[in-house]
Every structure is written in structure tokens, then in C-alpha cells.
Design a protein. Structure first.
Length: 663
């Protein structure tokens, strides 16, 4: 026993001596020393002030005294002479990242000083007095923290102005060749030349907004979720010089022309003269779009030069106040005009039960002159979207005989993000009436890419690249290595829970039958538009299963060229729509997507799942949309009802958005 005690004493002495040999000691490391909380796990809500022009800044000027975090640590000089030390702080989003050893870890959202030219800072002289001395510095989390030139552009914000469009139109008219091309385009599109000039002027003006040397930090906004903070300490200049400049200055690339994540570098570094420390606190960031701030009308989202503004209100308009403060815009989807109904010439209240299943089946056998009309979008902003008691009201308008219109309606957020848990609390309109007949609507909660070449997805390497969203499914495919298109959907439809026989390889034994109990159910479909990138190792087509834990998810892709992967979950119409509200969630992570629904936020269930083994997960920046749409019948094969035999609505159909949060 005496021998064991002597050995333990010797070990203690050796450890003590080793500790004394360290050039310095660090303690009490806090990244967020100036918030009014004693909790080490701090939560901060992103502040919308100035975010439209400059991107989100964490913290904002409203959240700390000077709009910065105070970073502090205590250092003790253990040498026998006074000296200076070098230090740098780094932050990284931990909730939505690739592991440091992953080849895509350079895509992680990390940063340091806002001015990337500032590398390591030098402390004041730290005396060799055996005491700890406090070092303080400031930093904040901003968009585009690496100051990448791809996210630079014009310093203009807001909608494209009439002056910008007019200058392009004049240039077109002054160029005979350009003008002739626009004339030909107008003929092909069957629209008048002035409308085509406006559309081309608008398109060119939007592209010119990407030209310039102003740092558009909003193009790579900070991510929501958890952040960690790393302090790197160096005790001599020679050790400092051993750290590559592309780690000291994160705006620089390494020799292979890629960024290197400093968290990866220091994790793998084995140098006892370079010390790393995680802070004792961390930060969680959430985003809650403010409904009360109003709905902005972006005139450049309309393709016609003259728009009816008679329904403007204090909370819905195109004013400068809403330009800078509104979190939502009215969503105008112009591409849907390419899709046309061949509808029965009937106006009726389907939702209320005026038109029931017997009427529907009778219509299938009647001869009639079909009403051929495109899916409509509003040409009167604020007429179908509005605010009421801190709720966004969506109204699919009623129509009359002769008007023949089924009009989509929706709102879109105005601040793009990459990744997050997108939760929507809403009372969306019922899709079935008491006779379980579909009213023709599809309720959708979805994410869509932001426009601009700066927002391209990562390169797809396999099989030539991505299949463009515009590819119709016939003819030769013009693959592209990069594309900006990304979309993640929840679409609630009256459809079959199963797919056509061809999706099961023509084997009738493999195709399940829809149960009778589905008559009062709708399908909550979930989709990732991956543009058929075949990089995933288990890329597949037809119906196939993906397992997550003990749950298996049935997924589907129409063909190798088809640009999306989809699944379905059946739920009672009354459960989703007849209560005071329901929650819908898309959790978008770097390597997987999870879809959830539930009566309460803390009681949601997983209904869908894909990961990067079967589908290319988007890594660009997207916006959130909530819509009430009219879908063509061929978009969901084997659906029990055909849109063309559903009447035009005689009464408006209303939905409510009550709350949105992203974390």
C-alpha cells in the first residue's frame, strides 16, 4: 500500500510540474459576456431590423449595447518574463453542418472577425505575476462571413424600379437585332410587344442587380440553430506563422482553390504551441417572421406593366415602410399560366355540399364544351391576401359564369436561409366536403430557391449532372453541372396512397390497393426536387423503401430523369382542417430532410424522410411559401377525382396562417 501511495504522489508531482511548464493558462472563456442572462446556453431571436438590405446581424443594435457580442477570457502568464500572446475567435453553426471530416465541411457556416483581413489579434503585455488578466474583444455573426465575391452585387434593394426597366427597354429599341428578337418572342408568346418589352426589361434589370462590388450579405444569411465558439491561442510569432494564411484569413482559399474549414484544421492539428479552447457558453438562434409587420407587394413579381392597386391597405401595399419591414410578400407564380384546365362549365359551392359525388359522376358522362383556361394568379394585389388580428388570410376567390377562373393564392417569406426546422401553424381550408368529394384545392407548404447565379447548388458529378427543371421528359437531356433550382414540398391533395402499376415494375402482386378507409382521407405528400442528380449511392426509380431506425418510408421516382423524389402519408381530412389549427414542419438538414405534422408543436409525428443516400439534398438558400393551389389531375396519377370535373368555386375559400418559426 505504501508503494502505491508513493507512486500516486510521484504522478501528482509530475502532472503538477507539467502544468507549470505550460507557457500560459486560460480560464473563464465566454463568447457572449454582455447579454442580460446568466445562462451559458443562450437563445436569441434574429432581429429583422435592416435585414432586408444587409442580411441578419447577430446580435442587432437592439439586442446589445453596441450591436456586438463581448468575448472575454482570462489568461495567466506562466513564464518568467512579461510577454504578449496572439488569439483569434471562430464561430460555427453546429445544428446544420457537415462533420469536420466530411468533404463538404467547407460548406459549413463559420466565421470570425467581420473584417477578414484581421487575422490573429495581439494581447497587451501580460505580466509574469502569477495572476490572471482579462482580455476582451468584440465580434458579431453576419451573413457571407468569408466575404466571398460571388455574393457581391449592386447596392440597390427592393423591387426593380420603373426607371431601371425603362432604361433597358430604350436599349432594346435602339438595338435592331435585339428588338427583332423581342418582337419574335412576343409573337411566339402571343402577347403584345409592349408587354414583352416590359418582361424582357424586368428580366435584364434583375440580372444587372447581381453586378457590382457591394457585399450582399443577405445572399448567405446566418443559419438558425446552435452556435459554438472556438478560441485559438498562440504564444509566439513563429508558431503563428506556421498557421496557413487561409486559416488566419478565412476569405482566402487553399492551394486547390477551395475553402478549408478552420474547425477541421484545428481539430486535426497536433502542435502543443497552438492551443484551442471552446467557450463555456454557446448560442441558439431562432427566427420568427412577424405577421403583424404586414405583407409587401413586390411589383416586379407581376409580368404586366399596369396592376390594379385598389385593394391596398395599411398592412398590404408597396410602400417603403413595408419594403423594409414586412416579412412576407404576396406570392405570384407566373409559370402556372402555362398549365390549362379543360373544365366543365359549372359554378358551384363544392366545399359546402352544393355539388356532391353523384353530380361529379354524372358530369363524367355528359357532353359539354370544355372551358379551356389557365391556372390563374392575382392581378390585383392584396385582394386575396390580407391581415386580420395578426393572422394572414388567404382567399381563393369565387367566380361567376363567364369569368371561369380558378385562382391560386399564397404568401412567401422575404429572407432566405439555408437549412432549419420550418414550422407553420395554420388553419388551412378543408379539401373534402361532407360527401368526401374533393373541392379541387391543394394546400401546400414549401421551400423554393432564391433567384440568382449566386445561389447555385453544389456541383452534381454523376451522369453528366442535374436534369434541368424545365426538361419535359422527352428528347435528349441537356445535363448541367450546376443549377439554382431547389424545392422541398408538403402538398396536401386528394390522391391515391399508391402509384401506377408501372412504378411497381408492372408486377400486380407488388401494388397495394387503396383501403376503403381512405375515402375520407387526404394524402400529405412530401417531395424533394433533387433534379435527378445521381451522385447518391442508392439513387433509384419506381417505388422503393428507405429505412430510418425502425421505420420504413416508401419513396417514389417516376424515372431516372425525373427531377424529384416523393412520398405520401394518409390522414383524415377532418383531423388536418376541422380543428382550430394544425402544425406542419419541414426539417431541412445538410444530409437529410424530415417532414412532420401534428395538432400541437410538441406532438408532431414524422411522416416522411429522405437522406443523401437516395436524393441530393439542396445546399443553397431558400424561401418559405404557403399556398392554396389548383392542381391538374395528371400531376397525381390515380387520384380518385379529376380536376376538370370539379366546378369553378361559387364561394371564396379561406385559409389562415397563424404562426411561423424557423429554428
Amino acid at each position: 500500500m505504501k508503494r502505491i501511495i508513493n507512486i500516486l504522489l510521484l504522478i501528482s508531482i509530475l502532472v503538477s510540474c507539467t502544468k507549470k511548464q505550460e507557457a500560459f493558462e486560460i480560464e473563464n472563456i465566454f463568447a457572449i459576456n454582455n447579454l442580460n442572462t446568466t445562462e451559458n446556453n443562450k437563445t436569441l431571436e434574429m432581429d429583422y431590423q435592416g435585414s432586408f438590405e444587409n442580411g441578419f446581424v447577430i446580435p442587432s443594435i437592439n439586442q446589445s449595447k453596441d450591436g456586438f457580442f463581448e468575448f472575454k477570457f482570462d489568461i495567466k502568464n506562466n513564464t518568467n518574463k512579461d510577454g504578449v500572446y496572439f488569439y483569434k475567435i471562430y464561430y460555427q453553426n453546429e445544428s446544420y453542418k457537415f462533420p469536420e471530416e466530411h468533404p463538404y465541411s467547407n460548406e459549413n457556416f463559420y466565421g470570425s472577425w467581420e473584417d477578414t483581413e484581421i487575422t490573429f489579434k495581439q494581447t497587451d503585455v501580460i505580466p509574469s505575476d502569477g495572476e490572471f488578466h482579462t482580455i476582451k474583444t468584440k465580434f458579431r455573426i453576419v451573413g457571407n462571413p468569408r466575404n466571398e465575391k460571388i455574393y457581391y452585387g449592386s447596392n440597390l434593394t427592393g423591387p426593380i424600379t420603373q426607371e431601371e426597366i425603362e432604361s433597358i427597354v430604350i436599349a432594346i429599341k435602339n438595338s435592331p437585332e435585339w428588338y427583332a428578337g423581342v418582337v419574335e418572342k412576343a409573337k411566339n408568346n402571343k402577347i403584345d410587344i409592349n408587354t414583352q418589352l416590359y418582361m424582357d426589361g424586368l428580366y435584364v434589370a434583375k440580372n444587372k442587380r447581381n453586378e457590382g462590388d457591394y457585399n450582399n450579405r443577405w445572399k448567405r444569411n446566418p443559419r438558425v440553430g446552435q452556435y459554438k465558439f472556438l478560441l485559438v491561442m498562440v504564444d509566439d510569432s513563429s508558431s503563428l506563422r506556421s498557421i496557413p494564411m487561409h486559416i488566419q484569413n478565412i476569405s482566402l482559399k487553399n492551394s486547390d482553390d477551395t475553402f478549408l474549414n478552420p474547425f477541421k484544421y484545428f481539430k486535426e492539428l497536433n502542435d502543443n504551441k497552438i492551443k484551442t479552447f471552446y467557450t463555456e457558453d454557446d448560442l441558439k438562434v431562432v427566427l420568427r417572421p412577424k405577421i403583424k409587420n404586414g405583407i409587401y407587394v413586390n411589383m416586379s413579381s407581376f409580368t404586366k406593366p399596369n396592376v390594379d392597386t385598389s385593394h391596398y391597405s395599411l398592412s398590404c401595399n408597396a410602400s417603403k415602410d413595408l419594403l423594409h419591414n414586412a416579412c412576407f410578400e404576396q406570392f405570384i407564380s407566373t409559370h402556372v399560366a402555362d398549365f390549362k384546365f379543360n373544365n366543365i362549365p359549372v359554378v358551384a359551392d363544392v366545399t359546402g355540399g352544393e355539388y356532391v359525388k353523384s353530380d361529379y359522376y354524372s358530369s363524367l358522362n355528359k357532353k359539354y364544351d370544355a372551358i379551356k383556361t389557365p391556372i390563374a394568379v392575382s392581378d390585383c394585389p392584396c385582394k386575396t391576401v390580407s391581415l386580420d388580428n395578426n393572422k394572414i388570410i388567404l382567399k381563393n376567390p369565387a367566380t361567376k359564369p363567364g369569368e371561369w377562373k380558378k385562382e391560386n393564392v399564397g404568401v412567401i417569406t422575404r429572407h432566405g436561409l439555408s437549412y432549419g426546422k420550418y414550422r407553420v401553424k395554420a388553419k388551412l381550408p378543408s379539401l373534402l366536403n361532407k360527401d368526401n368529394l374533393w373541392n379541387g384545392l391543394t394546400n401546400a407548404i414549401w421551400l423554393i430557391y432564391q433567384q440568382g447565379d449566386w445561389n447555385k447548388r453544389r456541383t452534381c458529378n454523376a451522369n453528366g449532372g442535374y436534369v434541368p427543371r424545365s426538361y419535359p421528359g422527352t428528347g435528349e437531356i441537356s445535363y448541367v453541372p450546376n443549377d439554382i433550382y431547389s424545392e422541398i414540398d408538403i402538398e396536401i391533395v386528394k390522391g391515391s396512397r399508391n402509384w401506377p402499376l408501372s412504378s411497381y415494375g408492372g408486377d400486380v402482386t407488388k401494388k397495394p390497393k387503396d383501403p376503403i378507409t381512405d375515402s375520407n382521407k387526404v394524402m400529405v405528400t412530401y417531395t424533394n426536387w433533387d433534379l435527378a442528380c445521381q451522385d447518391p449511392e442508392n439513387f433509384n426509380r419506381g417505388v422503393f423503401d428507405l429505412k430510418r431506425g425502425n421505420t420504413s418510408y416508401s419513396l417514389h421516382r417516376w424515372d431516372n430523369w425525373y427531377q424529384a423524389i416523393t412520398g405520401k402519408y394518409g390522414e383524415l381530412n377532418d383531423v388536418l382542417f376541422n380543428g382550430p389549427y394544425y402544425w406542419f414542419e419541414i426539417e431541412w438538414k445538410p444530409d437529410e430532410i424530415i417532414w412532420r405534422i401534428g395538432a400541437e408543436k410538441d406532438k408532431m409525428i414524422d411522416i416522411g424522410y429522405v437522406n443523401s443516400s437516395v436524393s441530393s439534398i439542396p445546399n443553397n438558400q431558400m424561401l418559405l411559401i404557403v399556398t392554396q393551389e389548383w392542381h391538374l389531375e395528371n400531376w397525381w396519377p390515380e387520384a380518385p377525382f379529376n380536376q376538370n370535373f370539379i366546378p369553378f368555386p361559387s364561394k371564396e375559400i379561406t385559409g389562415e396562417i397563424l404562426e411561423i418559426e424557423i429554428e
